[in-house]
Write a protein that binds this ligand. Sequence first.
Ligand SMILES: *Cc1c(COP(=O)(O)O)cnc(C)c1O
Length: 485
Amino acid sequence: MNRHPGTSGLIFNEPNLWEKSRRGRCAISLPKADVDRVELDQNLTEEAPELPQLSELDVVRHYTRLSQWNFGVDSGMYPLGSCTMKYNPKTNEVQAARQGFAAAHPLAGDEYSQGALKLMYNLEQYLGSITGFDAVTLQPAAGAHGELAGMLMIHAFHAKKGKQRSKIIIPDTAHGTNPASASLCGYESINIKSGKNGILEPEDVAAVMDEDTAGIMVTNPNTLGLFESNIKEIADIVHSKGGLVYGDGANMNAIMGIVKPGEIGIDVLHLNLHKTFSTPHGGGGPGSGPVAVGKILEPFLPVPRIVKELDSYRFVVNRPDTIGRIHTFYGHFSIMVRAYSYILSMGAKGLTDASKLAVLNANYIKESLKGTLNLPYDMPCMHECVFNDAIQKENHITTMDMAKRLLDYGFHPPTVYFPLVIEGSFMVEPTETESKEDIDQFIDAVKAIAKEAKQDPETLKNAPFLTKVTRLDEVAAARKPCLRG
Ligand SMILES: *Cc1c(COP(=O)(O)O)cnc(C)c1O
């Protein structure tokens, strides 16, 4: 079982479709026309597009081969920290593809969309109960969009009180999108450093919190994979000066069924359905970043809101304090169907177990690789653990060299050089869906690479060797991208 999944051979070269094209080749046989032939308008025939001419087999092989150049969680372990690249059960895809959901049209009107409205209403209730909040909107299209919605609500809250504030506190362990969202609302970010244990110290918050500060944005668990255990005290400090606490809940995968953010002083929180709740993440598909709020922010939620009256559901837009509409219709519906199906099929115990396993797996990796890689914060982690290259630096081997070499061993590399608080960080998030055997293979691969770093650093610097393309010039790739064929 100790053989690594990475191998070589049988990875095909594949030209683009125009190069494969042969005049007259065709993938379909149309029946003989049973209507009279008519000449097309001259304008339509003059410049026919140069479309490739291919057989069915040409097309099937083309896309199959291209798909094999790709790597996804269905092909192997994808331990990309801060991204929760877990396996998403296929049943949730099947539910989202059901005709009634996939073909639902948002202009059909409330009366003809009762099933969809009920699903969204119930999903809001479930997410509210998982997070410990009173109300949820499903509208935002991504985590960062949820942050923006949340910050707009904080902004509207202060405006309603009659005095706008100008600053927001953001710790160095926050996700990079946090300061961007705050700044879009016109707030100046006040950065504070986390303490020596990698978490926030209440006195550091107290030192900067004042009555011109709208609140604080806390990522919890933070980007070091650590739980902000002083959160309650920090929330009290911020609330005592009239501020609000924004919780970045993209890392909810670590705490489902264990911690309810709404009960530990957080006022508004976003979730990433495309991390925690079974929508494949990465690859640029649509996302969904629901926002949950407590009573005081509920009036400011975006419209429309879904309300239930007896047994029917309808959208309501007339709410005087709302921040308005932040997405067309009601957000990305098919992602909501996946989340709904996931929550129902897992149940409360299943979700809690998922979080426990995610944390267990990360701690297992942390303990197993400690000493092989340097571990800047040696304490129990949540769903991810952050190492760096301090040990390998002695042989001039960097995090990037190790990440590249992992490709040869058949693993997607972990997140590298993020979070920024640690130099050369190597951030591993195995998720709950990897088995012990697969995690052991990953651990073995990292240990083998650490050995290579000692014994033959010169060679390692040129990794990867078995991939379709080897070490790329990343600066040239970013500055002079080749976007054709
Ligand atoms: C992924 C992530 C985000 C941003 O989510 P997007 O959907 O990519 O916009 C924000 N915060 C944290 C902690 C994250 O992990």
